[in-house]
Ligand binder design. Structure first.
Ligand SMILES: NC(=O)c1ccc[n+]([C@@H]2O[C@H](COP(=O)([O-])OP(=O)(O)OC[C@H]3O[C@@H](n4cnc5c(N)ncnc54)[C@H](O)[C@@H]3O)[C@@H](O)[C@H]2O)c1
Length: 276
């Protein structure tokens, strides 16, 4: 069901790779809610993913950009302003990549070149994108910027590796730039801390199936899906959340406030009976 929450708004969505991507669902819902959007991803992702298919369905265009590359970002933002015929209103950063995770290198044997790439792609890219928009004055007053985070920024989750550090940095950039952009232009910046989700990036997380089962048992409302996450993003892009900024907003069915649940306890007890 559509509520026209984004009628007349324009935005850029980073990170739609295929139909499992959180950004894919956000693009579909933003279009349904009346927004005009531009999609962007790396040239490699555009070759191997399905973003052109999404662009057709959302009457959108795709502008390739490596989010870690400053000149790509500048070109993207300038092209977006030209395409929209002026400033735009919202932006989704849905980007994550760790070469250490990809190569199975554990945190205590980390490769520092990889580590820098993780931080650059997954967190600094957010700063670069916001700084470029700020410099070019590309976003309308009362605009909204959202990035996707994970509870590993606050709590240690075995195997999440250097992505935990990237998410902590991402959330800190949100606060630091949120102050500046809010003060100057009334533009809000928030992160959504999403449940584990079976996407391409999600599948790369160590032990993802166990993690999804664990968080499902622990969360009173169950895990949030990619589609649920997209609904939350839409509210943050809409005018209904104009005074929400500099926040990390948990969207995880209650997981982050739990210590132990009945469902998880039952499963844990069962494991003692099966392997005493
Ligand atoms: N899947 C989960 O369990 C989960 C949970 C919490 C948060 N998140 C976050 O959600 C976001 C989206 O991930 P997803 O789960 O939809 O997976 P996904 O694999 O569909 O999306 C990740 C995207 O990042 C893009 N990307 C990688 N390097 C890039 C670069 N240099 N420049 C531009 N784009 C680049 C990829 O092409 C891809 O489209 C990420 O920030 C991820 O950390 C995911």
């Amino acid at each position: 069901m559509s509520y026209n929450l984004l009628k007349g708004k324009k935005g850029i969505i980073f990170g739609a790779l295929n139909e499992r991507s959180i950004a894919w669902k956000v693009a579909e819902k933003a279009f349904e809610e009346g927004a005009r959007i531009i999609l962007t991803n790396t040239p490699v992702a555009m070759r191997f993913g399905k973003v052109d298919e999404l662009a057709k369905a959302c009457e959108s265009v795709v502008i390739p950009a490596d989010a870690a590359n400053e000149s790509d970002i500048e070109n993207l933002i300038k092209s977006a302003v030209k395409h929209f015929g002026g400033k735009f209103d919202f932006m989704l950063h849905s980007i994550g990549m760790s070469p250490n995770v990809r190569k199975g290198i554990p945190y205590d044997e980390i490769n520092y070149d990889n580590y820098l790439k993780t931080l650059d792609i997954s967190a600094l890219s957010f700063h670069k994108i916001i700084q470029t928009c700020h410099r070019l004055d590309a976003i309308n007053e009362w605009g909204s910027i959202v990035a996707l985070s994970y509870v590993a920024a606050q709590r240690t989750l075995y195997g999440y590796n250097d992505m935990a550090d990237a998410k902590a940095l991402l959330e800190s950039i949100t606060r630091s730039f949120g102050y500046i952009y809010g003060r100057e232009k009334r533009i809000r910046i928030n992160t959504i801390s999403q449940s584990p989700t079976l996407t391409t990036a999600g599948s790369g997380i160590y032990g993802i199936d166990s993690l999804i089962d664990f968080t499902e048992r622990m969360s009173p409302l169950g895990n949030a899906s990619a589609s649920d996450c997209a609904d939350y993003c839409i509210t943050l892009f809409s005018d209904l959340t104009r005074k929400v900024t500099m926040q990390n907003l948990f969207h995880d069915g209650g997981f982050s406030s739990m210590g132990m649940s009945e469902r998880a306890m039952i499963q844990y007890d069962k494991s003692f009976r099966e392997c005493p």
